[in-house]
Design a protein around this ligand. Sequence first.
Ligand SMILES: Cc1cc2nc3c(=O)[nH]c(=O)nc-3n(C[C@H](O)[C@H](O)[C@H](O)COP(=O)(O)OP(=O)(O)OC[C@H]3O[C@@H](n4cnc5c(N)ncnc54)[C@H](O)[C@@H]3O)c2cc1C
Length: 329
Amino acid sequence: MNIFSYHQASDAASAIAFKKTGPAAKYLGGGTNLVDLMRETVEQPETLVDVSHLAGDIERRSDGSLLIGAAAKNTALAAHPAVRADYPLLSRSILAGASAQIRNVATVGGNILQRTRCRYFYDNAARCNKRQPQAGCDALEGFNRYHAILGASDACVATHPSDMCVALVALDAVVHLQGTVGTRSMPLRDLHRLPADRPELETELQPDELITAIEIPALPFARRSTYRKVRDRASYAFALISVAAALDLDQTGKVRDVRLALGGVAQKPWRALKAEAALKGQDAGTDAFRAAAEAELADAVGLRDNAFKIELAKRTIVAVLDELKGENA
Ligand SMILES: Cc1cc2nc3c(=O)[nH]c(=O)nc-3n(C[C@H](O)[C@H](O)[C@H](O)COP(=O)(O)OP(=O)(O)OC[C@H]3O[C@@H](n4cnc5c(N)ncnc54)[C@H](O)[C@@H]3O)c2cc1C
């Protein structure tokens, strides 16, 4: 590991000021991803600005929305009574990730900005356009079981590994940012980028921007929601495919509203807007669920080891919607 300096920020403004003055500085949340990357010399910041002591409150607001400080621990968010009752998909997505010990340390901001788990990104001996632009991509012809089936490019087929983010994009979460030029907000759905020919650019953040909070709008029908993660081991494994969903049926059994997002499929948490559009107004049932899944995966492209994920994604969508339909009955 290289030598670096460490600053503990007392508020957002001082964190941003530290990051701006420090050469090659990075914000540090719980460090569960960044410190691993530093140990592997994949990332070599010269300055760490510790933001894990900044605001981490979880506040239920009068309009029913939830405001979550970016330093909130993953465990605290998953266990919060309002999250468990009103957004079970979010609680379940967090609990499906990592281990209890890691979730106790990891922050919400760090979870959103964790880097891909592509093994070629972590291996300095391998070619990786994300780690070293224009170097090439060894995942394309290598072991690519966990890689992207949607929105990938010839330059990069990595996936975003977060479970929590999949639930958050399904819930239309908004990210609050602060930087040297001021504050702004954007839908989480727009924060992460697809790789195209610049896979090293993973988000729309400016270099000094800090995630200060995440806001989740009220969504009463999310009380009937869930998160299902399909993986090679029952714990301590990243998603091959995951589905976050909430389903609202009317008295006649038609889909009044639905939220659907996929994990393990792309370099960003994937909101399944085509499937949602295909479902609205339809009789809730396996035929409509399958047609919606087909619509969402129509442009999916498989690689040597991961083509099975296309059918797996469709079947997982159908299974999750069938489960939620049962809860609506
Ligand atoms: C063994 C293992 C298994 C795991 N399994 C899973 C899994 O199954 N599912 C899953 O979703 N995750 C999994 N994880 C990943 C884990 O969820 C992340 O490591 C964790 O959420 C990152 O949070 P952190 O606070 O430790 O981030 P850090 O490691 O501190 O930071 C991560 C990145 O975010 C940036 N950052 C941190 N806070 C901010 C902020 N407020 N504003 C701007 N930038 C910020 C940092 O600069 C860094 O680039 C696993 C991790 C490990 C080690």
